[in-house]
Design a protein around this ligand. Structure first.
Ligand code: ZN
Length: 197
């Protein structure tokens, strides 16, 4: 069973608690650096990103979690094919890298959260809410792309969800078991996106 893993919500600084100010919420617009080493799988990563943009746009009008007075809440990714690894000075940036399944498993094992076996994707996300420096967030995603089939697309789609702040759910694409994922991003997935914003 191929699984996906999340390491998230590592707050660098929380000098102030998150209130309901929109500035304290995750972003709507991200710059995404796609590692050139994806090679032939680059298209699958790009498709995962555009699938997310499309789903958020599709459900924005009907999601009970969306802000009715915030039509600018649609999701947009600006993609750059270049290597980048984010540190704490990245603002609203997602980096996506290919790895072997063995390396991804090692990353999951080493994080101290007691990962299970067959981990094929992992997202390291940081959300910074600093009284002086303001709010920003960034994620480094690693995807096992040495597997046959369409795992790169499905893994990327799921891990991008984590980079957007989403947690695991029993249905939709945020279920951690790849075979149990729905074929498309669901209303519930998008509801979670809006709920966080
Ligand atoms: Zn996950």
């Amino acid at each position: 069973m191929k699984r996906l893993f999340l390491l998230t919500a590592l707050t660098l600084s929380s000098l102030v608690s998150s209130g309901c100010a929109k500035e304290d919420r995750p972003a709507h617009n991200y710059t995404v650096y796609i590692d050139p080493n994806f090679g032939d799988h680059t298209a699958e990563v790009m498709e995962a990103l555009t699938t997310w943009e499309g789903a958020v746009a599709q459900y924005s009008a009907t999601s009970p979690m969306s802000y009715p007075n915030n039509p600018a809440a649609n999701l947009t990714f600006t993609t750059i094919i270049a290597y980048k690894y984010c540190n704490e000075w990245c603002k609203d940036i997602i980096t996506i890298h290919p790895a072997t399944a063995a390396i991804v498993q090692t990353m999951a094992d080493d994080d101290g959260y007691g990962a299970e076996n067959d981990i094929i994707g992992i997202t390291f996300r940081k959300y910074v809410d600093d009284f002086v420096l303001g709010h920003w967030e960034f994620s480094n995603i690693y995807i096992a792309d040495d597997l046959t089939g369409i795992f790169t697309f499905k893994t990327a789609r799921h891990e991008i969800g984590h980079a957007l702040g989403l947690m695991h759910k029993p249905i939709g694409i945020m279920t951690p078991e790849i075979p149990e994922q729905t074929p498309e991003i669901t209303q519930e997935d998008v509801d979670q996106y809006f709920f966080l914003r």
